[in-house]
Design a protein. Structure first.
Length: 509
């Protein structure tokens, strides 16, 4: 409030963020995991009561992973509340995350440029599906951890009026839930808190010790669940081009976003502003520890996708904003033009991503509607459609699920069990009329259909590939799992799954 009038710039940035998040959340397809979480992990029955959620999460904790807080909420929203309620809730949580991270960075809410910078970094850094299983699992849990860090500060000696001990009645359970939230951030934050407490052991109050113990207890339940311990032997899937370790590094490099901005900004401050690395580290030491620990942890377990890197990106966002406040704002007149250009470039990047999200969601909704209508009109559940690689091959930055075999399987589970859903290429309609010899066709962008004559099957099938026009090793294709099969023919689908790798031709041996 200024002179009894509302400062509308305080509301503008959060409102724009909320509108965008609501629109994407309302448009995203609920298939794959967002269908699976309709059902109990105990016995596969459809969830119909709160007790079903509890028993399901007990089984989930033992067999899937330890993220009980997040997935308990998922199994409330998906079966009971519906998509509109989730979209509204998600918009509010993103605004809460923005405000909490602004508080961590000590950014004033009425500083619209700094708030806009934060929105750009958060939107670009936490790109994932706008569905309950991804949004609740990551942005929602990150908001819990950010709130915990702020609460912890209020119980310290530094605030002028630290919170009294009786606030522990609600703060201690909150700290426990924050620790039990999401290992992609909790592990790094836990390590950083441990180091800072050891270094500043005399400054920690007894109330802070209680909160730290509660947070650690939640983190133990999160990380050491029976399901997590049972998955310690898993490795990153390799391709026939890259071994698992190299594939992990490739995914790390491919999916990071804000970390690159941080490293460029860091080099700028060191080389052009002559600020020593020691000073750059000391003013943001806590979040550098979070970043380094999460980098080491992800390299150790292997990088499967982008969401496990969000903890690194969270730390990178806070470090960048802190550097801007410390080294750019005090000389903002000198850097006014440059800072405006950088902010405009980030806003343009956000706009490009937002338009891409909108186009993706619109197209996939149209495909979903086509499949749904075709299924209902079909007598046997057979649907003819030619999937492109983008419609089937998953990328973690997509705003919604693609039509993978798993997603189609979950979609089939929602239909009539006496008429199972089967989506096959359109050329299969002709195969029911007359058999074909061994051959192949490009049926959609990045998709090849391989036709096998069962009376004369080839000894081997390989796909010739290239990168930027240069030939690389061939991809051998197995015929064990055909997409379509009748008495005379089999049809296999081969998708371009690796970036920059193109499929040129199929050779039969």
């Amino acid at each position: 409030m200024r002179k009894n009038r509302i400062n509308w710039t305080v509301l503008l940035i959060p409102a724009l963020l909320a509108i965008a998040i609501f629109a994407f959340s309302q448009s995203a397809l609920w298939i794959g995991d967002d269908v699976t979480y309709n059902y109990s992990f105990k016995d596969g029955s459809k969830i119909s009561s709160l007790s079903d959620v509890v028993t399901s999460q007990i089984a989930h904790y033992k067999t899937i992973n330890g993220r009980t807080v997040a997935h308990f909420l998922c199994q409330l929203y998906i079966p009971f509340f519906g998509q509109t309620a989730f979209a509204l809730s998600n918009a509010l949580v993103w605004v809460a995350l923005l405000l909490l991270m602004a508080s961590l960075c000590k950014v004033r809410y009425d500083d619209w440029k700094m708030m806009a910078l934060l929105v750009c970094l958060i939107f670009l850094g936490f790109r994932t599906k706008f569905t309950p299983t991804c949004q609740i699992g990551y942005p929602w849990m990150f908001a819990l951890v950010a709130a915990f860090l702020l609460i912890l500060q209020h119980f310290g000696k530094e605030p002028e009026k630290p919170w009294r001990w009786y606030h522990l009645f609600w703060a201690a359970p909150f700290a426990f839930l924050a620790g039990w939230s999401q290992e992609a951030l909790v592990i790094g934050v836990g390590a950083a808190l441990g180091i800072f407490v050891l270094v500043n052991i005399r400054k920690a109050t007894w109330t802070q010790w209680i909160l730290l113990v509660c947070f650690a207890a939640g983190a133990v339940l999160l990380c050491l669940s029976p399901a997590n311990l049972g998955r310690t032997g898993e490795v990153v899937k390799s391709s026939n081009l890259l071994p698992p370790a190299v594939m992990s590094l490739a995914k790390l490099g491919f999916y990071l976003r804000i970390t690159y901005l941080l490293l460029v900004f860091l080099l700028y401050l060191r080389i052009f502003r002559k600020i020593k690395f020691k000073e750059l580290f000391s003013c943001t030491a806590f979040y550098w520890i979070v970043w380094v620990v999460m980098l080491a942890f992800n390299l150790y377990i292997g990088v499967y996708g982008n969401r496990q890197l969000f903890g690194m990106e969270f730390a990178a966002i806070v470090i960048i904003v802190t550097y801007v406040k410390r080294y750019i704002l005090p000389e903002q007149k000198k850097y006014k033009t440059a800072s405006s250009i950088v902010l405009a470039a980030l806003a343009l990047w956000v706009g490009v991503v937002a338009v891409g999200n909108a186009r993706f969601l619109s197209h996939h909704r149209a495909v979903y509607n086509f499949i749904n209508a075709s299924y209902k009109a079909s007598k046997d559940g057979l649907v003819y459609y030619d999937f492109s690689k983008k419609e089937v091959t998953s990328k973690d930055t997509y705003p919604s699920d693609v039509f993978s075999w798993y997603a189609l399987h979950t979609l089939d589970g929602a239909y009539d069990q006496e008429k199972p859903l089967r989506v096959v290429p359109t050329l299969c309609a002709d195969l029911n009329q007359a058999p074909k010899e061994n051959g192949w066709e490009n049926i959609a962008p990045g998709t090849i259909a391989v036709i096998i004559d069962k009376s004369n099957p080839p000894a081997g099938i390989k796909v010739q590939r290239s990168v930027f026009g240069r030939c690389i090793s061939d991809l051998w294709v197995s015929s064990d799992e055909p997409t379509f099969e009748n008495e005379n023919n089999q049809v296999l689908l081969v998708y371009e799954k690796l970036p920059f790798v193109r499929h040129n031709a199929v050779v039969f041996e």
